[in-house]
Design a protein around this ligand. Structure first.
Ligand code: CP
Ligand code: NVA
Length: 331
């Protein structure tokens, strides 16, 4: 039977099979080619999409907007200012209202429960644009990027270094489990995903031939890696006070020249972005003044090297979010 994702929510990777994930990656690849070739067909004319953001975004917001416009749909951006969401109006009531006006709703926020409650009450597909727990739309872009670079996913050694208990670590562990990659989390134990999530990932891995492991030794983790991935050490919504401990704990897991020297010769570097790789940001400068560290999770040497696919990955956010929308609400 063919894959049919019409009307489906996109809340977390666990909800999808390997086949469905690869179907979305295939569709994203086709849509990317069509856009480049000037042959894109509009599958979402007349559709309206609400974009609800409780946290900042560059890539996710722009990806949803451009993807919608390319496909003939309209969007409404709803930020934290000027919306009653969660302040004067419950998540359920907001979902019921938006579901009557829009064909789909994107939500970026804190609690995974909020996006699940939206989905339970909206009556239209809800897309998780990032919560504290998961970042599923990023996964389709990441799988797409790895396939572009490596041809196929199954059997690759995938290392996630740094704060592996955050939305990105959780999501990448699950995406590897679902698609047959060998996931290695390189981090101190207190930064590993929860036991429950590791158990779920291991069960999925047993089906696809993937493996899930962790190492507190960066060199050991990166040995023979095909993909080395990292994310910020402090995520949106976390207090400034955690920086000092994070730097101390995660500095040994920085992706730098020494760390990748043991990876495969043709390894690729990935990062969901934004990244702290130099002193060109306010936060980067502030951290430098306080802790005298001029790069955090990744050094320029790696970030700007020929191994880095970070900006292809960022572009793929748009093609893959377009695929998610076309698959769920397209004609
Ligand atoms: N990777 C990502 O989600 O980027 P934004 O926070 O800019 O949306
Ligand atoms: N872990 C990061 C991901 C940003 C895309 C955060 O939540 O801030």
């Amino acid at each position: 039977m063919g894959v049919n994702l019409k009307g489906r929510n996109f809340l977390k990777i666990i909800d999808f099979t390997n086949r469905e994930l690869n179907y979305l990656v295939d569709l994203a690849r086709d849509l990317k080619r069509a856009k480049y070739a000037g042959t894109e067909q509009k599958m979402m004319e007349g559709k309206n999409i609400a974009l609800l953001f409780q946290k900042a975004s560059t890539r996710t917001r722009c990806a949803f907007e451009v993807a919608a416009y390319d496909q003939g749909a309209h969007v409404t951006y709803i930020g934290t200012d000027g919306s009653q969401f969660g302040v004067k109006e419950s998540v359920a009531d907001t979902a019921k209202v938006l579901g009557r006006m829009y064909d789909a709703i994107e939500f970026r926020g804190f609690a995974q429960k909020d996006v699940e409650d939206l989905a339970a009450n909206a009556g239209v597909p809800v897309y998780n644009g990032l919560t504290d727990l998961w970042h599923p739309t990023q996964m389709i872009a990441d799988l797409m990027t790895i396939r572009e670079a490596k041809g196929e996913l199954k059997g690759l050694k995938f290392v996630f270094a740094g704060d592996a208990k955050n939305n990105m670590g959780n999501s990448l562990m699950m995406a590897c489990a679902k698609t047959g990659m060998h996931f290695v989390g390189a981090a101190p134990k207190e930064y590993w995903p929860s036991k429950e999530l590791i158990e779920i990932a291991k069960k999925e891995a047993a089906v696809t031939g993937a493996t899930i492991s962790f190492s507190e030794n960066m060199k050991e983790a990166c040995t023979n890696a095909d993909v080395v991935y990292t994310d910020v050490w402090v995520s949106m919504g976390e207090p400034k006070e955690v920086w000092e401990k994070r730097i101390k704990d995660l500095k040994p897991f920085q992706v730098n020249a020494a760390a990748v020297s043991v990876a495969k010769e043709d390894y690729i570097f990935m990062h969901c972005l934004p990244a702290f790789h130099d002193l060109e940001t306010e936060v980067g400068k502030d951290i430098y003044d306080k802790f005298k560290i001029d790069a955090m999770e990744v050094t320029d040497e790696v970030f700007l090297s020929k191994h880095s696919w970070a900006f292809e990955e960022a572009e793929n956010r748009m093609h893959s979010i377009k695929a998610i929308m076309v698959a769920t609400i397209g004609k």
